[in-house]
Design a protein around this ligand. Structure first.
Ligand code: GDG
Length: 788
C-alpha cells in the first residue's frame, strides 16, 4: 500500500492532487476495494454532478449475444456473462448511475454471421445495440488464431516455447484492429465513453485517441501481463505498437498489482514513459494504470443455492457420487494446469489408500480451441492420463475420476459447486480465474474447501484458500488430504471470510471502481490542463507586477533563460536576456534556480545582482556574496555505491558519460553515438536505480532531458524556492521553468504566485507559454511600464 509520506516525497507533481483529493481521490479506490459495494456506488454519486452526456460503447472481440434468425428476422440472445451484467449496472434511471438508460449500450464485436446474413436486420434488444465487425476468414485466422492465440496467449501465460512468431500474424492484427476502429468510427459521437476489452484489441485505444482526442477511453486487460523478460520476446516494433496502442486509453486496468508493475516497466523500457504513482504523463494528457480485480455477480451465485434446479443437481450428485467430492471445471487450455492437477491427484491416491473408493473427482473440461494441434495433443494426453488413473486405481464399483469433455448448464455447474467438498483449481497461470470466485459465492452454506493455485490472479484476494503451487504434486496431494480432514468450523471460518470479500467487491463494484477512476482522471486533467497565456493574461500579470512593491522572480536556466542545445556547455544566455535580468534585478529579487553546478552558474551570472541556486537546491549563493552554502540536510557518503553502476552503464554505451557534481551524479547520453540504444539504456538504468537502491539512502532519480540524475531527496527546487519566500512579505511571486524538476517549484510556491511552464507538457503551473524564445518577450512586456 502507498504511504502518504512517500507520495509527497516522490511525487511532488501530483502533491496538490493528493491534498485536493485526499478523500475523494487516490484513497477512494482503496476504500472501494475494501468497503462495501454500496460505498462504491455512493462514491460515484459524490463524484458526479450529472450523468455522462454520452453513451457507453463496449468494444470486445466477441459480441455478448448469439444472433438467432427466425422467420427471416434476427434476434439477439444475450449471454449471461459477468461483464454483460456489470455494464448493464452502469446504465439506469437512477440519479447515481453513470449513463442514462435513454441510450442503449453500444457493443462492437466480431460477428460469426456474414454481412449478407445480417443485411437489413436490426441488431438491438432492450439494452444493447450490436455493431458486428466482419473480418475476412484469412485475416481472422492470422489475427485471432495466429497473433492472439498462437502468440500473445502463450507469451502472456509464460509458455514462450509455444509462441509462434509470424509477420503475417502482426499484419493481420493491425488490419483487424483497424476493422474494429472503422466500425467504431461509424458509431462514435462526442461525449461517448469507449471501453475496450482485452488482448485482441491492444492497438485500438490509440487508433481511437488519434481521431477522437476528446472521448474518454478505458482499456481492460483480462489475462496476465507478463514480466519484461517475456514481453521483450515480441519484436521491437510489435512491442512498441502494443504499449503505445494501449496507452491511447485514459485508464488502463489489470487484475493485479504485479501485472500493473510489469506493464509500467514495459512502458518505460519500450517507449520511455516513466510514471508517478501509476500516472503516466503523456505530455498533453495523463494515463492512469491500475489494478481492478475482476469479480462476479455474487448475489446471483449465492441465491442460486436455493433454486430448485440447483437443489436437484446437488442432490443427484451427492447421491450418485462417493463420500468426498472434488470438482474442477475449466476450458481446455495448457494454462489451466489440468495435467498437473491429475498428477497431484495421482500422488494423493498413491499415498492415501484409506480414501480409495471414498472419493470422486469430477473433472469437467470445456471444449475450446480444439482445432489447434497443441490443444488436440493436450486433450489426448488428458484422456490417456485419466484413463490410466481410473484403470490403475479404480475397480468395477469405483471410478476415481468422472471425466467430462463438454460444457455444463448453469444449474449443473452451480449444482456441482454446491455439492463438492473441494474445488481443485490449479492453473499454471491465470489472469484472475472466476471459477474459484463462483465456487465461493455459491457456498451459501459456508462449507467446502477451495484449493487454489498461487499462479491465479485470484490468489491475491483469496488467502483463506489452501494455496498450492500447481507444479508441486506433493503440495496438491497434501492439500487434498488437509481439505478432507478439515473440520466444518474451520471450513466455515475460511469460507465466510472469502465470501465477505467477494460480496463486497463484486463485478458491479469492479465496473464502478473503473469508472470512478475515469472520472477522477477527468478532474485531474482539468487541474493540469495547459492554459496558455493570452495577451489579456499577460497584461494582467503586467498590471499585478506594476501594482506590487516587493517582488521575487525565479528563473530556471536551461530551456528557460537559455535555449536547449545539443552540447550543454554551449547553452549560453543571450546578451539581451542578460541585460533584461540586470534591469529587473536592480529593483526586484531575482533567483536563478538550476540543476547546473555552481561553476557553470558562477561563470554566467557572477556579474549580475541575483541569487543563484545550483544543483536543484543543494547549493545557494546569495546576492553579493562570494560564498556558496551547502544545504544543511545534505549528507555525503552515498555516491560510492551509485557511481560504479553509472560507470558500468557508461562503459556499455559509447558516447555516454558520468558527471560528478558536488551533490549529485548524472549519466548523460546527449553525446551518445546511438541515441536510440542510449535512450533504452537510460530507461533501464533509471528503472534499476529506482527499484534497487536502498530506501535508507533517500535518493531521488530524475529522468531529465538526455540525462539520468541521482540526488538526495532532502532538497529540490521547491524546498529551495520556499526558503526564499517563507517568512517574507513578497506581494508578487513569479516562477518560470520548462523541466520536470521545475514542477517542485510550481507546487511549492504559494497559490497566489504566477507560475509559468514553457511548452505544452501537463504541469502544476497555472499558465503556459509556448517556447523559450517567448520568455524574453513576455518579461520585456511585463516590466515595460515600470520607470527605470
Ligand atoms: C479470461 C482469463 C479471467 C466455464 N465452463 C462452463 C462455464 N464456465 C464459465 C465459468 C466462468 C468462466 O466460464 C471462466 O472464467 P475464467 O476466469 O475462469 O477463465 P477464462 O475464460 O480463461 O477468462 C481469466 C477472465 O478472463 C475474466 O477477466 O478471470 O483469467 O483467462 O464464469 O463459470 N459456464 C457454464 N458451463 C460451463 O461448462 N455455464
Amino acid at each position: 500500500m502507498i504511504c502518504a509520506g512517500q507520495l509527497l516525497n516522490e511525487f511532488p507533481r501530483i502533491k496538490r492532487a493528493i491534498t485536493r483529493y485526499v478523500f475523494a481521490g487516490l484513497f477512494i479506490p482503496l476504500l472501494i476495494k475494501r468497503g462495501r459495494n454500496s460505498d462504491a456506488l455512493k462514491t460515484m454519486k459524490e463524484l458526479k454532478n450529472t450523468k455522462n452526456s454520452g453513451r457507453l460503447i463496449i468494444v470486445a472481440y466477441r459480441l455478448p449475444f448469439k444472433i438467432v434468425r427466425e422467420d427471416d428476422q434476427s434476434h439477439l440472445v444475450q449471454n449471461s456473462g459477468g461483464l454483460v451484467s456489470a455494464v448493464l449496472s452502469l446504465v439506469s434511471d437512477q440519479e447515481d448511475s453513470v449513463f442514462s438508460s435513454e441510450e442503449k449500450i453500444q457493443w462492437i464485436g466480431f460477428s460469426e454471421n456474414t454481412k449478407e446474413e445480417l443485411e437489413g436486420q436490426s441488431l438491438a434488444n432492450e439494452s444493447f445495440q450490436a455493431h458486428p465487425v466482419f473480418i475476412p476468414d484469412d485475416v481472422n485466422e492470422n489475427y485471432y488464431e495466429g497473433f492472439c492465440n498462437n502468440l500473445v496467449w502463450p507469451l502472456c501465460h509464460y509458455f514462450p516455447s509455444l509462441a509462434r512468431f509470424d509477420d503475417a500474424y502482426f499484419e493481420a492484427y493491425k488490419t483487424a484492429n483497424q476493422l474494429f476502429f472503422d466500425k467504431l468510427d461509424e458509431v462514435i459521437q462526442p461525449g461517448d465513453v469507449v471501453w475496450v476489452q482485452d488482448y485482441q484489441l491492444m492497438l485500438l485505444p490509440d487508433l481511437i485517441r488519434q481521431k477522437y482526442p476528446d472521448n474518454k477511453i478505458g482499456f481492460f486487460f483480462h489475462i496476465p501481463f507478463p514480466s519484461y523478460e517475456l514481453f521483450r520476446m515480441f519484436p521491437v516494433k510489435w512491442r512498441k505498437a502494443i504499449v503505445d496502442g494501449i496507452l491511447g486509453a485514459d485508464v488502463v486496468g489489470f487484475h493485479t498489482n504485479d501485472y500493473v508493475e510489469y506493464f509500467l516497466k514495459a512502458a518505460r523500457l519500450v517507449s520511455g514513459y516513466g510514471n508517478k504513482l501509476h500516472y503516466i504523463n503523456m505530455s498533453n494528457r495523463i494515463v492512469k494504470v491500475d489494478s481492478f480485480p475482476i469479480s462476479i455477480d455474487f448475489q446471483k451465485f449465492n441465491e442460486a443455492y436455493d433454486e430448485p434446479e440447483v437443489i436437484r443437481a446437488r442432490e443427484e450428485a451427492r447421491e450418485s457420487l462417493k463420500e468426498k467430492i472434488i470438482f474442477s471445471v475449466d476450458r481446455l487450455d495448457y494454462s489451466k494446469g489440468i495435467l498437473h492437477r491429475l498428477q497431484g491427484f495421482t500422488r494423493f491416491l498413491e499415498q492415501h489408500p484409506e480414501w480409495h473408493e471414498r472419493v470422486s473427482f469430477v473433472m469437467v473440461v470445456v471444449p475450446s480451441r480444439d482445432t489447434i494441434e497443441q490443444y488436440q495433443h493436450m486433450k489426448m494426453e488428458i484422456d490417456q492420463t485419466v484413463g490410466a488413473i481410473n484403470a490403475n486405481y479404480g475397480n468395477i464399483y469405483w471410478q476415481p475420476i468422472i471425466y467430462q469433455y463438454r460444457s455444463m448448464t448453469y444449474h449443473e455447474l452451480v449444482g456441482m459447486y454446491t455439492a463438492s467438498d473441494v474445488a481443485l483449481i490449479t492453473p499454471v497461470r491465470d489472469g484472475m480465474n472466476l471459477v474459484c470466485k463462483e465456487y465461493v459465492a455459491s457456498r451459501k452454506d459456508s462449507q467446502g474447501v477451495l484449493i487454489l493455485s498461487e499462479m491465479a490472479g485470484a490468489a491475491a484476494e483469496l488467502g483463506e484458500a489452501l494455496i498450492i503451487n500447481p507444479l508441486d504434486n506433493q503440495g496438491i496431494a497434501d492439500a487434498i488430504s488437509e481439505a478432507f480432514a478439515m473440520i466444518p468450523e474451520e471450513q466455515e471460518k475460511r469460507m465466510s471470510a472469502m465470501r465477505e470479500r467477494i460480496r463486497d467487491y463484486d463485478v458491479f463494484a469492479w465496473t464502478n471502481d473503473f469508472f470512478t477512476q475515469m472520472l477522477m482522471l477527468e478532474q485531474e486533467h482539468e487541474r493540469l490542463k495547459q492554459v496558455f497565456l493570452t495577451n489579456k493574461g499577460i497584461d494582467n500579470i503586467r498590471k499585478a507586477y506594476e501594482a506590487s512593491s516587493k517582488r521575487i522572480l525565479f528563473f530556471d536556466y536551461d530551456g528557460t533563460l537559455a535555449p536547449i542545445v545539443a552540447d550543454p556547455s554551449k547553452a549560453i544566455v543571450s546578451e539581451d536576456v542578460k541585460k533584461l535580468i540586470m534591469e529587473i534585478a536592480k529593483r526586484d529579487t531575482v533567483v536563478i534556480i538550476s540543476g547546473r553546478d555552481r561553476r557553470f552558474l558562477d561563470t554566467h551570472f557572477r556579474d549580475l545582482p541575483v541569487h543563484i541556486i545550483a544543483e536543484h537546491g543543494a547549493l545557494i549563493k546569495t546576492k553579493g556574496s562570494e560564498e556558496w552554502t551547502l544545504n544543511e540536510s545534505y549528507e555525503e557518503n552515498w555516491k560510492d555505491s551509485i557511481k560504479p553502476i553509472l560507470n558500468m552503464y557508461a562503459k556499455r554505451c559509447p558516447g555516454a558519460f558520468v558527471e560528478e557534481k558536488e551533490t549529485s551524479l548524472a549519466w548523460h547520453y546527449r553525446t551518445a553515438d546511438d541515441k536510440e540504444y542510449a535512450s533504452r539504456r537510460a530507461q533501464e538504468l533509471s528503472w534499476q536505480l529506482k527499484n534497487f537502491i536502498q530506501p535508507e539512502l533517500n535518493l531521488q532519480i530524475i529522468d531529465g532531458n538526455k540525462v539520468v540524475e541521482v540526488k538526495k531527496t532532502a532538497f529540490n527546487k521547491g524546498t529551495a524556492a520556499r526558503s526564499f519566500v517563507d517568512g517574507s512579505d513578497y506581494d508578487f511571486i513569479l516562477a518560470i521553468g520548462d523541466d520536470t524538476t521545475d514542477e517542485d517549484m510550481f507546487e511549492a510556491l504559494p497559490d497566489t504566485s504566477y507560475t509559468i511552464k514553457i511548452g505544452d507538457d501537463l504541469s502544476a503551473a497555472r499558465n503556459h507559454i509556448k517556447n523559450q524564445e517567448e520568455v524574453f518577450h513576455f518579461l520585456s512586456f511585463m516590466v515595460s511600464t515600470i520607470p527605470e
